[in-house]
Design a binder for this molecule. Structure first.
Ligand code: SF4
Length: 434
């Protein structure tokens, strides 16, 4: 009679080895993997690629199931408490093992196997916790842990002789050396680092989860999926503003936006995607836009942003000017000498209309332009900015000297195409002053 097992396969080394040990005994192994909004390796609508790869490596089929709303409710209100973050490992394992039991019946398997190692994980792999999980999931006696079996009383499959207990191991504790050695023996070299996994153990993610639970106790999976991406801001009316931190996150936010969500992104200039989740009160759309503008920053993009803003004439918009200025002031709060931010402010105060329309101010422009040159004297653009402000203030003689310097400066090695353009601009401007 063929003995069949359901292997809970995370894709990590332990579960790969557990599967391999059973396969060595001629047991038919079928893998089961669960994806959740808290896996840090699972993009939306994709199975767990680590589990798929591991199953391919073992040459076994894998069933990938999503954790779903029921799982989320359990993680919101766990019975057995939480670990160092919002991870409710016992409840999580009880739920997943119970579902593995259902799958076991579905495919006619005789038991469930896992890669668990006694004492490896502080919350879910303590002896008492493992007993609770076994009992509460309804799998008492039907869980085989090939890596650690010798530390437990024989399971029913071992007693029945479906599994040869003498070929099961006695790994224990957090050290990884025995697993790595066994992987070598089995010629297994391709497995993910054990540090990956569950975001609920992550401090920053846990704060976002806790905040969501407090503000929106009835939140659902689409809300939970958003926790993985971006910086989160709660507006006074309860809506959330989520700012992408990089291109991947911008893309993910665009994909995850629901029908009632709004997406904002800067018009024609590089910057974050902002997802507005929830209902906005009057005036709050403006706040969301201001948050977006505050993140129109990135040391490398600052100069580009102001140039693009100039080209598009948006420096006449009070909205844009204030946002860019705030972004640069934030950069200066972090690094008071930041030459790029100083330059941007120099241009901005020169180009923007003066009071009462906007914050244009030539004196400030000159201060910032000089500070930019002082911080990065090798950047031709900064000298050019200073010369342009001096010209605008009627100080032509000093402007001429600086423009001559622009023409002579070699410029930073990694900015040669930009330097060439700035030098040409300096030459043209100088020609108008002679
Ligand atoms: S770390 Fe996360 S996935 Fe793992 S048992 Fe705990 S809650 Fe579940």
């Amino acid at each position: 009679m063929e003995i069949k097992a359901v292997l809970l396969l995370s894709g990590g080394l332990d579960s790969i080895l557990a599967g391999r040990l059973l396969l060595e005994q001629g047991i038919a192994v079928e893998a089961l993997n669960f994806t959740s909004p808290f896996c840090n390796c699972t993009p939306k609508n994709f199975g767990c690629s680590a589990a798929q790869q591991a199953a391919n490596q073992l040459g076994i089929p894998v069933k990938i199931k999503a954790c779903g709303e029921a799982y989320l409710e359990i993680m919101k209100h766990p019975r057995f408490g939480r670990g160092s973050g919002m991870n409710a490992c016992l409840d999580c394992r009880v739920h997943l093992f119970a579902r593995a039991k259902e799958y076991m019946a579905e495919i006619g398997a005789s038991f469930v196997a896992t890669g668990e190692v006694l004492g490896e994980r502080p919350m879910s792999q303590r002896r008492d916790a493992m007993h609770i999980i076994e009992r509460e999931s309804g799998l008492e006696g039907f869980i085989v842990r090939p890596l650690s079996a010798q530390h437990f009383k024989p399971s029913i499959p071992e007693v029945q002789g479906w599994v040869d207990r003498s070929r099961l191991l006695a790994f224990q504790g957090r050290g990884r050396a025995p697993q790595i050695q066994l992987a070598e023996q089995f010629n297994i070299h391709d497995y993910p680092c054990p540090a990956g996994g569950c975001l609920l153990t992550d401090k920053e993610f846990s704060l976002k989860f806790r905040e969501l639970l407090e503000h929106q106790p009835d939140f659902k999976l689409p809300d939970a999926r958003l926790l993985k991406y971006g910086r989160h801001f709660r507006l006074p009316g309860g809506a959330k503003v989520i700012v992408g931190r990089n291109e991947n996150e911008n893309h993910s936010l665009q994909q995850l936006a629901g029908e009632k969500d709004s997406l904002l992104s800067p018009d024609g200039i590089p910057g974050p995607t902002v997802l507005v989740h929830g209902t906005l009160r009057p005036g709050e759309l403006e706040q969301a836009k201001q948050i977006l503008i505050a993140y129109l920053k990135g040391a490398k993009n600052e100069v580009w942003i102001i140039q693009a803003a100039e080209e598009r004439g948006i420096l006449n918009s009070l909205f844009a000017v204030d946002g860019i200025a705030r972004s640069m002031e934030k950069a200066l709060a972090i690094n008071p000498k930041d030459g790029n931010a100083q330059h941007v402010l120099g241009v901005l105060y020169r180009k923007a209309p003066g009071w009462p329309l906007s914050r244009g101010d030539m004196k400030k422009s000159l201060e910032y332009a000089r500070a930019a040159v002082a911080d990065k004297p090798d950047v031709v653009l900064h000298h050019l900015g200073l010369a342009e402000t001096l010209v605008a203030m009627g100080q032509k003689e000093e402007a001429k000297m600086i423009l001559q310097k622009c023409i002579e400066l070699p410029g930073p090695a990694d900015f040669q195409p930009e330097t060439k353009l700035d030098r040409e601009k300096a030459r043209s401007l100088l020609a108008t002053l002679k």
